[in-house]
Design a binder for this molecule. Structure first.
Ligand code: CMC
Length: 377
């Protein structure tokens, strides 16, 4: 008997088709509904990209106005959701707060058990609108700050920053944040999106699928890497007693590699010649380094990237520039992955709706290699 082929980690396995995004590692490109993500990041608001991911086309002016009206009307947290968040200990990870909030929003949705296209679109927009308030509310409560209510005269990114920091962000900062949301929005059959599709394939509801996807994203091999990058930067900075942080990066890396550690923010399952999203995010990091006058952050970024290239020839992924961008903006490190959640809700929910269009239960097989059949004495 020949050995069955095991596709560990499903690496290289095609499991379905999708019209939502195309990741092409050969040409190092990423298309959302056919548009290069770099073009969208340079020219569109995150709201327009969300609309595109869900509907397949960019909105007309009238469609965008109708969409943003609906989104702005659902930004505020209900007292019930605030009470649930307040009941969670501040020692829990902010991703646990996002996961709980998604579940609560599902349980209290008036169309909870309705999985029609219209109901799911409604649920997707509701999650998209409310998650920024969840993330902002949680960061502020941990800091002992009062809640800042959303403003309906600001776009998604400006309002997100407003609710988090209680002051209007400069246009450069809003722009960098908008770019990060667009780059994080969608990436084909990654682990969390696939989780969402698996849950949907059982004909469970959209909020259950998003809640599961948030759990998958939390891990440091996936979304948790942007947070982990900042821990790395902090470790390097702390170990550089002489203040020459950039010079210390190589020594830190040698030690970490000798201990067989994975360096967070580097490597990718699909891209082996560099992540297509990195140059755009790196340009935003450069802008933020300039805006906040933090050349040290740019130097550390380059020093670790160079050392990793020389030693392992492994390139950064999106989480590597995104982590320091969020740090410079003032987000607390554990809040970085929740920012990824806020962005990826768009991609997840687009995939959930696509899965339902031609659903087939996702149920793979396993090769049993446990004990031979045996019997109780
Ligand atoms: N640091 C050190 N070595 C690495 C790294 C890394 N970040 N990434 C890959 N390698 C090495 C790995 O040790 C292995 O070497 P060897 O063949 O000698 O055992 C080789 O490269 C292949 O790695 P792999 O883990 O088998 O590759 P994979 O496709 O399973 O892993 C990955 C992809 C993203 C899980 C991995 O690169 C990793 O753990 N990176 C760090 C975590 C990270 O940054 N995750 C964010 C991913 S992108 C954003 C997102 O989608 O969430």
């Amino acid at each position: 008997m020949t050995d069955p082929q095991i596709h560990k980690g499903l690496a290289g396995v095609l499991v379905d088709t999708t019209r939502i995004s195309k990741v092409n590692p050969e040409t190092n490109s990423l298309l959302y509904r056919g548009y290069p993500v770099q073009e969208l990041a340079a020219r569109c608001s995150f709201e327009e990209v969300a609309y595109l991911l869900w509907n397949g086309e960019l909105p007309t002016e009238a469609q965008l106005a109708e969409f943003t009206d609906g989104e702005r009307a659902q930004r505020a947290l209900t007292p019930e959701l605030k009470a649930v968040i307040d009941a969670l200990p501040v020692t829990c990870h902010p991703m646990d707060v996002c996961r709980t909030a998604a579940s609560v929003l599902g349980a209290s949705h008036e169309l909870a058990e309705d999985s029609s296209v219209q109901a799911n679109m409604d649920k997707a927009v509701g999650l998209f609108a409310a998650m920024p308030a969840v993330v902002a509310y949680d960061q502020r409560r941990r800091r002992g700050e009062d809640v800042v209510e959303p403003r309906d005269d600001l776009g998604y990114s400006a309002n997100f920053l407003w609710m988090t920091f209680g002051e209007e962000a400069a246009p450069e900062v809003v722009e960098a944040f908008n770019v990060s949301m667009i780059l994080y929005a969608e990436h084909s059959f990654n682990a969390s999106t696939f989780t969402g599709r698996v849950i949907t394939s059982t004909l469970s509801d959209l909020h259950s699928a998003v809640t599961g996807a948030i759990g998958a994203l939390k891990g440091p091999l996936h979304g948790g890497a942007n947070e982990a990058v900042m821990h790395t930067f902090a470790e390097i900075t702390e170990s550089a007693a002489d203040g020459d942080v950039a010079a210390h990066a190589a020594a830190w890396l040698d030690e970490a590699l000798a201990e067989k550690k994975k360096i967070m923010g580097f490597g990718h399952r699909v891209y082996k010649n560099g992540d297509s999203r990195v140059p755009t995010m790196k340009a935003s990091l450069d802008n933020m380094v300039k805006y906040y006058d933090r050349p040290d952050m740019g130097e550390l970024y380059t020093a670790l990237e160079t050392a990793m290239g020389e030693r392992k020839n492994i390139l950064p992924n999106l989480d590597y520039p995104a982590g320091p961008v969020y740090h410079l903006m003032g987000f607390d490190t554990p809040t970085f992955t929740p920012l990824f959640v806020a962005a990826r809700i768009t991609g997840w929910t687009a995939h959930i709706m696509e899965q339902l269009e031609a659903n087939s239960l996702i149920r793979p097989l396993s090769e049993y290699n446990g004990a031979e059949e045996r019997h109780l004495p």
